[in-house]
Design a protein around this ligand. Structure first.
Ligand code: PRP
Length: 183
């Protein structure tokens, strides 16, 4: 039996529609890096990635930011393996650094319902950072129910299930190099 993997079907068989190509991702991330470099000039921000989904985006993004910066991670979960948010966010790994009086930039791969971002905002604000900003690669603007502006947005996308470039389907396909829609 020679079954094709889901990865092979995505990349080689065109089973999933490409939403954002690798080239478009690179170009936009370069722009975001330039903007962030400009906005934080003279500061030494701490960039906090939200695991697991952010790991590809944050590694590309920080290499486009020309500043002294620290990197830390925290891990929350609202989805698990489900495609729909449970609405309950839990902290699986807290941030290690002391962010009191620091300029904090939170890096997300996607803002979907906005539940995670709202939770993070409350949690991190309570630690009294000097400033708190958010960057997300993908933003389902029409779906998210958040009442503040996201400071940096890579792409606004429609309400479709997206995978690749860090985003998973049941924990796999995070290593796809572009963003795909899984119908
Ligand atoms: C994803 C994503 C965000 C969150 C966004 O995380 O990385 O943190 O969902 O969704 P929301 O706006 O509806 O809250 P997930 O819980 O799937 O974990 P993962 O990053 O490990 O895939």
């Amino acid at each position: 039996m020679n079954e094709r993997t889901i990865f092979e079907r995505a990349v080689h068989d065109g089973a999933f529609r490409v939403l954002i190509t690798r080239q478009k991702l690179q170009k936009r991330i370069r722009e975001l890096g330039r903007e962030i470099t400009h906005d934080y000039r003279g500061k030494e921000p701490i960039v906090i990635g939200i695991l697991n989904g952010c790991f590809v985006f944050i590694s590309d993004l920080v290499r486009e930011i020309e500043l002294d910066l620290e990197i830390d991670f925290l891990k929350i979960s609202s989805y698990g393996d489900a495609q729909v948010s449970s609405g309950n966010v839990t902290m699986l790994k807290d941030v290690d650094a002391n962010i009191h009086d620091r300029h904090v930039l939170v890096v997300e791969d996607i803002v979907d319902t906005g539940v995670s971002l709202k939770y993070l905002e409350e949690k991190l604000k309570a630690l009294h950072p000097a400033s708190l900003k958010f960057v997300t690669l993908l933003y389902k603007k029409d779906k998210a129910k958040i009442h503040f502006n996201i400071d940096y947005v890579g792409f606004e996308i429609p309400d479709e299930f997206v995978i690749g470039y860090g985003l998973d389907h049941k924990q796999i396909l995070r290593n796809l190099p572009a963003i795909y829609v899984m119908d």
